[in-house]
Write a protein that binds this ligand. Structure first.
Ligand SMILES: Nc1ncnc2c1ncn2[C@@H]1O[C@H](COP(=O)(O)OP(=O)(O)O)[C@@H](O)[C@H]1O
Ligand SMILES: [Mg+2]
Length: 157
């Protein structure tokens, strides 16, 4: 069993003004892990893409909530699940292909999943039509272990 060292859950209305809120809350939580500027930027971008997808595609202007579950796992791994109870995705594999979009008229590039995949270590998507979508992403915060190693080094001095 993977040990969960800390956990946070928030739920907010699927309104685009809450995208910035999601980024800020996740940033505040991840800061405990001493991420580098680059690691933090990667996480913020990936979270933004997933939250935007829930709001834009999942609910398509209808009312609903987006839920974030954030965890700090053992070995300095950051875990996040972005969940909506929206329309769901018919073919997840196709949706995850770069350039695939069902909203070309809104000038969506179809690169959201590609960005999430490249900025995080691991992504898994579970979706069911009419029930909603969960995107689970993980990223190991490498700078955290460096900080700890540095602190141990300082103690030895
Ligand atoms: N939470 C979601 N609910 C429903 N459909 C989704 C969700 N996330 C992604 N999709 C589907 O997957 C497609 C690809 O998503 P993405 O790679 O982010 O590209 P884009 O958002 O630019 O269309 C979307 O066009 C949409 O059809
Ligand atoms: Mg997208």
């Amino acid at each position: 069993m993977v040990q969960i060292k800390n956990e946070m859950r928030i739920s907010f209305r699927a309104e685009s003004c809450n995208e910035a809120l999601a980024r800020s809350v996740v940033t505040a939580f991840v800061m405990q892990m001493d991420p580098s500027v680059g690691e933090l930027a990667d996480i913020k971008t990936a979270v933004s893409e997933a939250v935007t997808n829930s709001i834009v595609h999942g609910y398509r202007g209808t009312k609903g909530n987006v839920e974030l579950l954030c965890r700090i796992l053992e070995n300095d791994v950051f875990y996040i699940r972005v969940r909506d109870r929206g329309c769901g995705i018919e073919d997840v594999a196709a949706a995850m292909e770069p350039l695939f979009t069902t909203a070309p008229e809104e000038e969506r590039a179809g690169l959201g999943f590609a960005v999430m995949e490249s900025f995080m270590d691991n992504i898994s998507v579970r979706s069911s039509v009419g029930k909603g979508t969960s995107v689970i992403m993980k990223k190991r915060i490498l700078s955290a272990s460096l900080v700890k190693a540095g602190a141990a080094e300082d103690e030895r001095c």
